[in-house]
Write a protein that binds this ligand. Structure first.
Ligand code: HPA
Ligand code: ZN
Length: 340
């Protein structure tokens, strides 16, 4: 990719719609938090931690990701974690983010829900102040645990729901179909929350259908395996459903064998509202801009395709219509500027 196209990509206003804040925990920060909180780590040093980030499937990653999250104990940890992420997003030309968190990972260790949500929201407010970045919070349920636990998490979140935009579904996909969470998603929708779910990352296209029909999702996380079902693709395209695709995650978790084989261009050609996101950047080797640049480089994406991906990130966001128009207008202005 040319330096001109790389700098255009960085300057493009972008939203990140699929980011697990616990997955932005860099090893250096993990060690700093472990020291501050006097928590023992299974790694001797940062190098050893990074060396352990070699995964052949989703579960390999999840085991390490949940272990890493064990250093997050105090409200200030969640604040610092969020602010460090937004600092990187700002450097990448990101202007808006809808970030997920996994409360059960923390409350099950005895960390109060209020410390988690309070810390993250304070970090989000600081990012708005410091960088002008807007953001929203998505509460994810852990699908490897029973639905009753998700219902308890939603109940715990009750006092915070006016500051949470929606609910999601993450963790081990295989063997944990969306229909397992029908009741808790119905309860969330009744409370006016948006609904998103991971589906079709490792799981079959039927899980995407269940996420649509049973959970009634507003946005699809990953969705790669939707491409195996032509009827499903037509339905997703016709409804304008956004897919939050994560190329470097797909590479590291062996969802694709190399980036040159990534289906993101095909998704655009099929009329899908595909977006680019980083998922768990500290574990998958790159933040938002790295995901754009490495994917664009491997697939020789054109300026028009990169722009379409950035536009989709706002069109697929939960921002109000006026904010979406404002961001799209900023993209139009950059696009109209002479190419460098
Ligand atoms: N998939 C499922 N669960 C997750 C992921 C993911 O990519 N990241 C954090 N939890
Ligand atoms: Zn994810």
């Amino acid at each position: 990719m040319t330096p001109g196209l790389a700098s255009f990509t960085r300057l493009l206003p972008k939203a990140e719609l699929h980011l697990h804040i616990e997955g932005s925990l860099e090893p250096e920060q993990m060690f700093a938090f472990a020291k501050r909180n006097r928590v023992a780590l299974p790694f001797a040093n940062v190098g050893e931690a990074r060396a352990a980030y070699a995964f052949s499937k989703l579960q390999d990653f999840l085991d390490i990701y949940y272990a890493g999250a064990g250093v997050l104990l105090q409200e200030e940890d969640f604040h610092d974690l969020a602010l460090a992420y937004f600092e990187r997003l700002h450097a990448d030309g990101g202007v808006h983010a809808e970030i997920s968190f996994d409360p059960q990972t923390h409350t099950d260790r005895g960390v109060p829900f209020d410390a988690v949500a309070g810390g993250l929201l304070a970090g989000m407010a600081a990012a708005r102040e410091k960088f002008g970045i807007t953001s929203a919070l998505i509460l994810c349920f852990l699908r490897h645990l029973p639905e009753e636990n998700a219902i308890a998490a939603l109940r715990m979140a009750e006092p915070w729901l006016d500051r949470i935009i929606g609910v999601g579904l993450d963790s081990s996909e295989a063997g944990h179909p969306p229909r397992k969470f029908a009741r808790v998603f119905a309860a969330a929708r009744e409370r006016g929350l948006k609904c998103v779910a991971h589906a079709g990352e490792e799981g079959p296209p039927e899980y995407v259908l269940e996420a649509l029909d049973v959970l009634r999702i507003d946005r699809l996380d990953h969705g790669n395996r939707s491409l195996e079902d032509a009827g499903l693709v037509r339905r997703l395209a016709a409804s304008g459903m956004a897919l939050t695709v994560c190329p470097l995650s797909n590479l590291r978790l062996c969802v694709v064998k190399d980036l040159a084989a990534h289906p993101i261009r095909k998704m655009l050609e099929l009329g899908l509202r595909a977006t680019i996101n980083s998922d768990d950047p500290a574990y998958f080797g790159g933040y938002l801009l790295d995901n754009y640049l490495r994917t664009a480089g491997a697939l020789s994406l054109t300026r028009a395709e990169i722009t379409a991906l950035a536009r989709n990130s706002f069109l697929g966001s939960f921002l109000d219509a006026a904010s979406v128009s404002r961001h799209l207008a900023a993209i139009d202005r950059l696009e109209a500027a002479p190419a460098v």
